[in-house]
Ligand binder design. Structure first.
Ligand code: SN0
Length: 315
């Protein structure tokens, strides 16, 4: 594999999930393959799981890992071509990406959606600029439109907790005080489109994700109806896509409660974290035995590790 920008960069999702489950049993098995190679992790936004699990995964492969909080410590980057750079931005991505690429073999980038410029976000301006100018493999650690490492960890987690029948999986929107990106939800949808499952998305009207991503995935506007018999309940807030980046609904009745979980088939509660307790989900649900958010976060390491292994093997 060359780059991991999108879940579809995996040749075969199911096989990759099985490889990751195997790797988890013996995570140091390939601790030599990254010898004398370096990955550079650039964060333009906050992180906990992504930063630590990707570093741990690199370590498990014997890869050197350099981490930089670009958002707070780097120069402000310019991404537009031909700009007169007489304002706040100090350095063009053309130089920055080429310079960084001399210090490492792989670059991983976190750059959230602006949620103000729909076209730049859709064009994946930051990620694509690095891909174009760095000339080395690029890994997406959450970009404007996707979070494929999270989606792979989610797939691994569902494989570990799989049920004996075709699972019913529900992606439910829940309220949040701030405007959040679509990336996690988008990649989850794209990952589910590669799975054999009864998959339903539920959200208030006006919260439709990009129709180019949801394609023919089923949308049910009645949350309780959507939750009936669900085996997995994946909860996430996102801001409006239509009214781009706006919070148009904070309806607390969309929060996941014990009553709602009782409609499911003893369903597992999933969330990528960080999560706002008693806004997205009640304490009772997230603290219950059916909550698998901690196991899900653990699988971030194995998702990152299997992806980096495939890239290192191809260097
Ligand atoms: C990010 C998001 O894309 O929704 C990262 C998730 C992995 N989440 C947030 O920014 C949550 C911030 C908050 O204030 O709750």
């Amino acid at each position: 594999m060359q780059n991991y920008l999108h879940i579809n960069d995996l040749d075969n999702l199911q096989e990759t999930v099985k490889e990751a489950v195997e790797l988890k049993k013996n995570e140091l098995k390939f601790n030599f393959i990254g010898k004398d190679k370096t990955i550079c992790l650039l964060f333009f936004n906050n992180s906990l799981r992504t930063r630590l699990s990707t570093q741990k995964a690199a370590q498990n492969l014997g890869l050197n890992c350099i981490v930089m909080n670009f958002g707070s410590e780097g120069w402000q980057l310019e991404f537009e071509d031909g700009t007169v750079m007489d304002q706040g931005k100090s350095e063009h991505v053309k130089e920055a990406a080429k310079v960084i690429a001399q210090y490492c073999d792989i670059v991983a980038i976190r750059a959230f959606a602006s949620l103000t410029d729909k076209e730049a976000d859709k064009a994946e301006q930051v990620l694509e600029s690095f891909r174009k100018y760095a000339g080395i493999p690029v890994v997406n650690m959450e970009s404007a439109t996707g979070h494929p490492l999270q989606a792979l960890a989610d797939a691994i987690t569902m494989e570990e907790f799989k049920v004996s029948h075709k699972p019913k999986v529900v992606l439910s929107w829940a309220p949040h005080p701030r405007a959040l990106p679509h990336a996690v939800a988008n990649s989850f949808v794209e990952m589910m489109q590669l799975q054999d499952a009864d998959f339903v998305i539920t959200h208030p009207e006006g919260y439709e994700l990009d129709p180019e991503i949801t394609k023919n995935s089923k949308i049910e506007y009645n949350q309780e109806k959507a939750l009936e018999n669900a085996d997995f309940v994946y909860v996430k807030n996102w801001s409006s896509f239509k009214d781009y980046g706006k919070v148009v609904n904070k309806d607390a009745s969309w929060m996941i409660t014990v009553d709602k979980m009782s409609l499911t088939n003893n369903g597992k509660f999933m969330h990528c974290l960080p999560v706002r307790r008693n806004v997205i989900v009640t304490d009772e649900v997230i603290d219950s035995n059916n909550s698998i958010v901690i196991q899900q976060a653990n699988n971030r390491t194995y998702a990152a590790q299997i992806v980096m292994k495939k890239i290192v093997e191809n260097l």
